[in-house]
Design a protein around this ligand. Structure first.
Ligand SMILES: Cc1cc2nc3c(=O)[nH]c(=O)nc-3n(C[C@H](O)[C@H](O)[C@H](O)COP(=O)(O)O)c2cc1C
Length: 365
């Protein structure tokens, strides 16, 4: 699958603009998701072997999840499980529906296997997304794996009202999903990353916990961090996780940094404003994971994301401290067989090392 995708399908797909092919693919996956038989066929080609992970009181059939931003409006929810993903993070959802930044806003740096995007949280708004989720449930097409939601701040909401904005989305979506990720790390909403500041973040966490104060069961709330934060700034965020009952940390979002390159086509893409994802992000994201794991002595679960394309990349992040992983750009460049291939590779590594479960490998290097 991977060879065919890389050498035949991908060159064809990449003749089209990044966003238009994304939208077409999402349309097809929406259709596929509505048809159980189509999903069964997809699963027979793309489904990943079982490699269960228990975390946050949830059972993940395998540790590879779909990263936030791919399915912002829950359009293709059933299809991700059929593609082998062990969990899905939808969103980012914001309280107000919003169109995002003007197009073009996604750019491929093909030789580097990277993407620069400045989508700006285009989404239909938390209430409309909640309706979509209800629709999937009514159709009996809800996946048998954990589904979470990435929460962003609406562009029109001023920073000092951010906590209320996140809380409104959380209230609308809370009952429908298994876990939530507070996204204060996207570079594409003006000043959003200032919310990674300790007191601002504390206010958001406290507003969210207030929403579910009397509710049962409580939904796990995680926070997603930028790879551009210093270790000191990351440590400040960690100080909040205990008092505010934060279940875990997603590391990392895209970077505003750009590596050096001599390739003029890549230089042109890197000159675009936005967040960089894919291969060039891999090492920094792993570094952040390793730091977070060491600082917390492994007590706070980490979802590792950034530049995972294959089992070696995935293993690197697991031994650095990630218990679960997510993929976005790797799916674009490696194709829909990426999950199966990563999970199979992880199982091979575990067999080589005589491990029956993944958890002893977490943070082992
Ligand atoms: C087009 C695009 C849109 C994204 N949208 C979101 C988003 O809405 N919320 C979020 O937390 N991360 C978003 N991300 C970041 C990814 O979830 C992920 O953290 C990042 O791309 C690094 O992983 P990767 O190298 O596997 O792509 C987006 C990434 C891309 C490429």
């Amino acid at each position: 699958m991977s060879w065919f995708y890389r050498n035949a399908l991908r060159p064809l797909l990449f003749t089209q603009g990044a966003e238009s092919i994304h939208n077409r693919t999402m349309g097809m996956l929406n259709w596929a998701g509505r048809h159980e038989m189509v999903c069964d066929v997809m699963r027979s080609f793309l489904g990943a072997p079982e490699l269960p992970v228990e975390l946050f009181g949830l059972r993940f059939p395998n540790p590879i999840g779909l990263a936030a931003g791919m399915d912002k409006n829950a359009e293709a929810l059933p299809a991700w499980a059929a593609m082998g993903f062990g969990f899905t993070e939808l969103g980012a959802a914001t309280w107000h529906a919003q169109p995002g930044n003007p197009q073009p806003r996604v750019f491929r740096a093909i030789p580097e296997e990277a993407i620069v995007n400045r989508m700006g949280f285009n989404n239909r708004g938390a209430e409309a997304i909640a309706e979509k989720l209800v629709e999937w449930k009514k159709l009996n097409r809800w996946p048998r794996h954990p589904v979470g939601m990435n929460l962003g701040k609406s562009k029109i909401t001023p920073l000092d009202k951010a906590a209320e904005d996140y809380a409104n989305s959380f209230r609308a979506l809370r009952s429908h999903l298994d876990f939530f990720v507070v996204n204060v790390s996207s570079p594409n909403t003006p000043n959003l990353r200032q919310l990674q500041d300790k007191s601002a973040l504390d206010e958001i966490f406290s507003a969210l916990q207030e929403v579910q104060r009397d509710a049962q069961p409580k939904k796990p709330i995680l926070v997603k961090v930028a790879p551009d934060l210093s270790f000191e700034a990351l440590d400040e965020i960690l100080e909040l996780t205990g008092p505010r009952d934060i279940a875990g940390i997603v590391a990392t979002n895209t970077t505003i940094g750009r590596p050096n390159t001599q390739d003029p086509d890549v230089q042109r893409v890197y000159a675009e404003a936005g967040g960089l994802s894919g291969r060039p992000l891999r090492a920094r994201s792993t570094e952040v994971i390793r730091h977070l794991y060491r600082q917390t002595k492994g007590t706070l679960p980490i979802i590792g994301v950034g530049g995972i394309f294959n089992a070696a990349d995935a293993w690197e992040k697991i031994v650095a401290g990630a218990s679960l992983l997510q993929v976005y750009t790797g799916l674009v460049y490696e194709g829909p067989g990426v999950c199966r291939s990563i999970v199979s590779g992880l199982i091979e590594r575990m067999e080589e090392k005589g491990l029956a479960r993944l958890s002893p490998a977490v943070g082992s290097a």
